[in-house]
Design a binder for this molecule. Sequence first.
Ligand SMILES: Cc1cc2nc3c(=O)[nH]c(=O)nc-3n(C[C@H](O)[C@H](O)[C@H](O)COP(=O)(O)OP(=O)(O)OC[C@H]3O[C@@H](n4cnc5c(N)ncnc54)[C@H](O)[C@@H]3O)c2cc1C
Ligand SMILES: NC(=O)C1=CN([C@@H]2O[C@H](COP(=O)(O)OP(=O)(O)OC[C@H]3O[C@@H](n4cnc5c(N)ncnc54)[C@H](O)[C@@H]3O)[C@@H](O)[C@H]2O)CC=C1
Length: 327
Amino acid sequence: MSAPIAIIGTGMAGLSAAQALHAAGQNVELFDKSRGSGGRMASKRSDAGAVDLGAQYFTARDRRFAEVVQQWRDRGWVAEWSPSLYNFSEGRLLPSPDEQIRWVGTPRMSAITRALLGALPVNFGCRITEVFRGERHWGLQDAEGLSHGPFSHVIVATPPPQAAALLAAAPKLAGTAASVAMEPTWAVAFGFSEPLDTRVEGCFLQDSPLEWMARNRSKPGRETSLDTWVLHATSAWSRQHLDLPKEAVIEHLYGAFAEMIGCAVPAPNFSLAHRWLYARPIQAHQWGALADADLGLYACGDWCLSGRVEGAWLSGQEAARRLLEHL
Ligand SMILES: Cc1cc2nc3c(=O)[nH]c(=O)nc-3n(C[C@H](O)[C@H](O)[C@H](O)COP(=O)(O)OP(=O)(O)OC[C@H]3O[C@@H](n4cnc5c(N)ncnc54)[C@H](O)[C@@H]3O)c2cc1C
Ligand SMILES: NC(=O)C1=CN([C@@H]2O[C@H](COP(=O)(O)OP(=O)(O)OC[C@H]3O[C@@H](n4cnc5c(N)ncnc54)[C@H](O)[C@@H]3O)[C@@H](O)[C@H]2O)CC=C1
């Protein structure tokens, strides 16, 4: 039996690649520094149930992705979310309905990657620090000093700063990954025991420290014990306040929220903050995936395409396609 293919990262891109390779009869082994899959599609378990702190929903504009999302829907992994949408601009909060179809994982965003992972072999809590070439195969070194391998190929499916370091054996790929600048996002969640007296379920904001807010429990299948809200600060605000303590971030963004939501906002029964350091690429690219087929080293992720869930999935497919065509 040939050595398996290592995939570093169990976000949407890594799992998309894993699925495509598995379907083509290849053995894969996955690694992630986190305790679970999902990456930026993670949902945080909290006193208020699970809240989607990263990706809020996704759209499917590419035909291939739209088809696969229909399959996920048929399996109960995703459902359509049709929030009562608003827009906040120049100090005015106004309804902003549209026809866009928006998808969410059920009962939480991370349910999708968990389902995609299925029974594939995975090492969680395993931060890979080096990808090294042996005589015939690849090996991985983790932060505990343990080696993993041998592997026939390696797919790096992490955000670009981590990818650049892991791709050192292929300087051209490493350089491309290093050229991608990422923007941060501060996310906060609040839970209220009494539902807020508002019709807003999702809101895009301009001229505010916030760029997005959502009523988490308006999404299908969510626990409803508390009225939970997720707020995302703009990239600019997040960059300016990158090192602010979490309590101060919560206080600032609570103030911005209470000012614009247009109803009484009591002190929350629950709050948390999370800093996404590498939330999104400053600009989109059209690379699909990065490949050094002769070496057997590949990279994929949202940053190779649109910087969205759809881009991550497409990029994972592209990495797998290029690898398979070179076998
Ligand atoms: C706040 C926020 C809101 C967003 N909102 C939306 C939205 O509404 N709609 C949308 O379409 N997209 C949204 N996005 C973007 C979307 O979440 C991403 O495009 C997508 O999830 C990226 O997937 P990925 O697999 O490329 O990377 P990631 O999800 O980042 O996965 C990379 C994985 O690699 C792991 N990893 C990193 N380094 C190592 C290492 N050294 N060793 C082992 N494992 C490692 C990480 O733990 C992670 O699990 C949002 C993102 C953020 C942060
Ligand atoms: N905070 C972060 O780190 C990230 C946030 N991301 C957001 O994820 C969303 C995903 O994008 P798509 O899939 O294209 O989704 P989409 O088509 O719903 O939104 C795209 C953009 O269009 C605008 N928009 C869409 N609908 C409305 C509306 N009804 N009223 C007012 N404005 C509207 C809004 O500015 C939004 O950002 C976007 O909002 C991104 O900004 C993507 C990646 C990272």
